[in-house]
Design a protein around this ligand. Structure first.
Ligand code: FAD
Ligand code: PYC
Length: 415
């Protein structure tokens, strides 16, 4: 595949852009692969990419029932940060954040990483204590965060209302190298690199059965026929429970809808990301000028990818008290994605009871930020058969042993 470069843009401009190649191939499925990954979201594609790049395993198929990036990867609000509390989480989220710093160069694809800074507002005494604790933990973990005063908050975000009607802003946990990236570009960049390594991305192909013999996976049944494999990775976020059932085990996961909306584009007015977790709203401004807004997860399990009116009302009410200018904005679009929630709000990156089968799920409301680190850890586990340092804490056995990694506060989104 030809590299993208300034020279390539000039060359194509001179010939009316007739020479661009397709970013990835759309091949027919082969009968057999060494590795099959189910789910072409960010985590599935990143797993395949690092299998090829770090471990030289390239006879890989990534199977997607819809279109690549059409799940939560293309529906999220793109916040990237690593200000988690527990050591296991800080390690994997910071690995991901640091990979994001150079991901455009690594993939030769502009993912528009924008380390503009992320702040989580403290609006109660309890939140101040919690975020100061996180700041201290992050210092020990090598993650750069700082608790800042209301004055510093106002300087960074002039449009904020510090003395809100219900909760005043008392400070914030500030991560200066947190930020955003273009979500579909992350999926597209990984997909292009995987295809370039000879891997097959099979879109519009649903896995509806898992074949096994003597406790070992042998392949998958799909809407395009049977495919055999030596190793299988299940990376399907909100559909993880369904795939686990096909493989013959149960997961401690609930699937719920998380919603977001964007406004009409306006002039640049906010160049950081703000999360207000007490009133339950968060906001950033996209490069097009739209205000990207989200709230808490639905309070009931479901598989719908739609928004709902009660959520709109709750989220916009929270945002208006934090940013009064929101009251004069028109909203353009509203959608939902099915997120996969564990009890401790930490992911599962694990071997499973079925031999040769590995699972990556449970990133819940916060898995966009972790895509590169998660793919790196999952690839290592699939290549070697055992979890490495990054994945070691996130095994399924922690639920049996009560070894939870509680991140219900750092998850940052009401659930
Ligand atoms: P997905 O992108 O959902 O990919 C899974 C894929 O598996 C899908 O494409 C699906 O079609 C496919 N699949 C399912 N079943 C099958 C099958 N049987 N056969 C074949 N394919 C199948 N995270 C953050 O870090 N920051 C944020 O700001 C943020 N905001 C969010 C806002 C919203 C509204 C939502 C919904 C989520 C948000 N998240 C955020 C969470 C984040 O989007 C997810 O954790 C992450 O995208 C999960 O990626 P994934 O690759 O695991 O899943
Ligand atoms: O994990 O930072 C996050 C997040 C923000 C909005 C949804 N998830």
């Amino acid at each position: 595949m030809r590299r993208y470069s300034a020279f390539a843009i000039a060359r194509e401009a001179a010939r009316y852009h007739t020479g661009w190649e397709r970013a990835w191939r759309s091949p027919a499925p082969k009968k057999a692969y060494d590795v099959v990954i189910v789910g072409a979201g960010g985590h599935g594609l990143a797993t395949a990419y690092y299998l090829g790049r770090n471990h030289g395993i390239r006879n890989v198929a990534i199977i997607e029932k819809g279109w690549l990036g059409g799940g939560n990867t293309g529906r999220n609000t793109t916040i990237i940060r690593s200000n988690y509390l527990q050591d296991e989480s800080a390690a994997i989220y910071e690995k991901a954040r640091s990979l994001y710093e150079n991901l455009s160069q690594d993939l030769n694809y502009n993912i528009m990483f924008s380390p503009r800074g992320v702040m989580m507002l403290a609006q109660t005494e309890h939140e101040i204590r919690g975020y100061k604790r996180t700041e201290h933990a992050n210092r020990l973990q090598g993650v750069e965060t700082r608790f800042i005063s209301p004055k510093e908050v106002k300087k960074l975000v002039p449009i904020i209302e510090l003395g809100g009607p219900r909760y005043p802003v008392l400070g914030a946990l500030w991560q200066p190298r947190g930020g955003t990236a273009r979500h579909d570009a992350v999926a597209w960049g990984y997909a292009r690199a995987c295809s370039d390594m000879g891997m097959d991305i099979l879109q519009k192909c649903e896995v509806n059965g898992i074949k096994q013999k003597n406790g070992q996976v042998t392949g998958v049944r799909t809407t395009k026929g049977e495919i055999t494999c030596k190793k299988l990775g299940l990376v399907v976020a909100g559909h993880s429970g369904l795939l686990a059932e096909m493989a013959g085990f149960r997961l401690p996961i609930e699937s719920v809808s998380l919603q977001a909306l964007v406004s009409e584009p306006i002039k640049p007015c906010m160049d950081v990301v703000v999360m207000a977790n007490t009133v339950h709203g968060y906001m950033s401004q996209s490069d097009k000028g739209e205000m990207v807004i989200g709230g808490g997860a639905d309070g009931f399990n479901n598989y719908t990818q739609r928004g709902s009116f009660h959520h709109l009302e709750e989220t916009v009410r929270a945002l208006i008290e934090t940013f009064p200018i929101v009251s004069r904005l028109k909203m353009l679009r509203h959608w939902g994605g099915i997120v996969d929630m564990t009890g401790d709000r930490s992911p599962i990156v694990s071997k499973t009871p079925l031999g040769g089968t590995f699972i990556n799920c449970g990133w819940g409301t916060g898995g966009f930020k972790s895509i590169p680190g998660s793919g790196w850890a999952m690839a290592e586990m699939m290549a070697t058969g055992e979890p490495g340092d990054l994945a070691a804490g996130f095994g399924l056995d922690r639920f049996r042993e009560g070894r939870f990694i509680d991140e219900s506060v750092a998850a940052g989104v009401a659930h």
